[in-house]
Design a binder for this molecule. Structure first.
Ligand code: AKG
Ligand code: FE2
Length: 235
């Protein structure tokens, strides 16, 4: 495929702009997902809390951030050159203190506060996810809002048992949609689209997921004390 040729169809691009999200399947193979999960497990603590910015230490994780197909679809959606900002990994592991961690409905860009449209997150599940094992829900179309008033809560170093996510009041016109994501797919989320997630109530199915915020190159953003976002070139 020509480097400048998009892997997305016109209708996928249109879907993203109308709804503020897009799911693309088969980005990583099962094998790649298993290898990456193993790396995160090697860096996990006893309670399997999230892991921030392992891409800065481990090449294999940085390589996922820079995956050519992901860069291709990001640059198609943003219609510009894109950089990486950070990585976050969440285990939502069964029998761990974080299994029940459900994220309040929030807009990711409430944290980085980039200009509207510049911030986009790629979420890659390393196991199939659905509402039962702590999957995500979304409010399609809500990305058209600015950053809404929100209740600021501690997100990353939160205590198990509390719910992270700068909770927003959802305008009534938006309707919740539960997401069903396959292992190795990518969920692209517009920075202003409202989304959250369920607690993992399954007894056997952990919900590992890598979250990668990206940004249109040159756009302003807040680095953040905990997140330590920085411009990471993707080429
Ligand atoms: O863990 C989840 O399912 C959602 C996490 C999330 O939305 C975030 O970290 O911004
Ligand atoms: Fe989020």
């Amino acid at each position: 495929m020509n480097q400048n040729e998009s892997i997305l169809t016109q209708s996928q691009i249109q879907f993203y702009h109308e709804n503020g999200y897009l799911i693309v399947e088969n980005i990583l193979s099962n094998h790649d997902c298993d290898l990456a999960l193993k790396i995160f497990e090697e860096h996990a603590n006893n309670s399997y809390s999230g892991i921030m910015n392992l891409d800065r230490k481990v090449k294999e994780i940085r390589d996922i951030m820079k995956h050519p197909e992901i860069v291709n679809l990001l640059e198609t959606l943003q219609n510009a050159e894109v950089i990486g900002l950070q990585t976050m990994f969440l285990f939502k592991r069964v029998n761990s203190p974080y299994a029940l961690q459900a994220w309040n409905p929030h807009q990711d860009n409430a944290y980085a506060q980039a200009p509207w449209g510049a911030y986009i997150t790629g979420n890659i599940p390393f196991a199939d996810q659905d509402p039962e094992n702590g999957g995500m829900y979304i409010y399609p179309g809500s990305h058209k809002e600015d950053i809404l008033p929100n209740v600021t809560v501690k997100s990353f170093h939160e205590q198990p048992g509390t719910n992270p996510g700068h909770s927003v009041k959802i305008p009534e016109k938006y309707k919740k949609v539960d997401l069903y994501l396959k292992k190795g797919s990518i969920l692209m989320l517009h920075g202003n689209v409202i989304h959250g997630s369920y607690p993992n109530l399954s007894k056997t199915r952990s919900r590992p997921m890598l979250l990668i915020p990206y940004l249109t190159k040159g756009a302003k953003f807040i680095p953040g004390n905990v997140a330590q976002r920085m411009e990471i070139p993707l080429r």
